[in-house]
Write a new protein. Sequence first.
Length: 239
Amino acid sequence: MSVKKILLFLTLFFNLIFCKEDNKTKEKKSELLNSTSSSGRKVVDSKKSFNMTIDEMDTMMLCTLVVQEKLKKEDSNINKLEKKFNLTNSNIVNEKIATDIFENCNKNLDIKIVNNYIKNLTFLNRFKWEKSFDEISKVDYGKYKNTTDLEYTLEQQVLMYRFEKVEEIYKQKQIDDRERYQKENQKIRIGKFDLENIPNGFKLSIFLIILFIFFGSIFYFLKSLQKKPKDKKKKKKIQ
C-alpha cells in the first residue's frame, strides 16, 4: 500500500470516528431545543399543549383526504352556492363546505377505519373511498341561507387551529423518519459493533495506535533503505 493511500485511509478513518460524534452532539442540542419549543415538533410535547390524543390526530389526517375527495364530488353544488351569493371569485364557500365536512368527519369517523389507513401519524395503505364516508361527509346546502352562514363557528376555529398544529407535527415526523432511515442506511458496522456506539476515548486510542503503526512502518522502511548502501560498501572492502 502506498503512503498516499495510507494517509487517505487515516483521514477517512479520523472523519468517520470523530465527525459522527459531532453530529450526535448537534442532534442532542436540537432535541433539547425542540423539547422546550412550543412549535410542536415532538408529538408527545405538542399533544399535551393542545390536548389531543394520537387517535384524534390520526383521525384528522385521514379526514383531510375524505374532505379532498368529497369536494371533487360536490364541485357543481358548490358552484351553484357561489353564484347564489355572488361569490364566484372567492374561496369562502369552498372553505366553509370543506370545514363543515371536516368537522363532521372528525366527530363521526370510526377509529378502526382510521387505523386501516393511518396509525401513529404513519400512513399504512393508499386511501380509497368507502361507503361509510358517504354518511359522515353529507352536506346540507339548505342551511346556507345567507353569507353569515358561511362564517366559521367558534368550535370550527378551534378545530382548524388544532389541525394546523397536527399538520406541523405530521410534516416534522415525515422529515424525522426520512432522516432516521438515511442514517440507518449509512451506519457502518464492524461485526456486531456499531462505530457510533463506541466511546470517543476508545476511538481516539484506535486512531493513535494506527497512527503509531503507520509512522513506525515508515521509519523502519527508511532505516532499511539506509542500511543497504553501507552493507554493499562493506562487501566491496572485503573483496
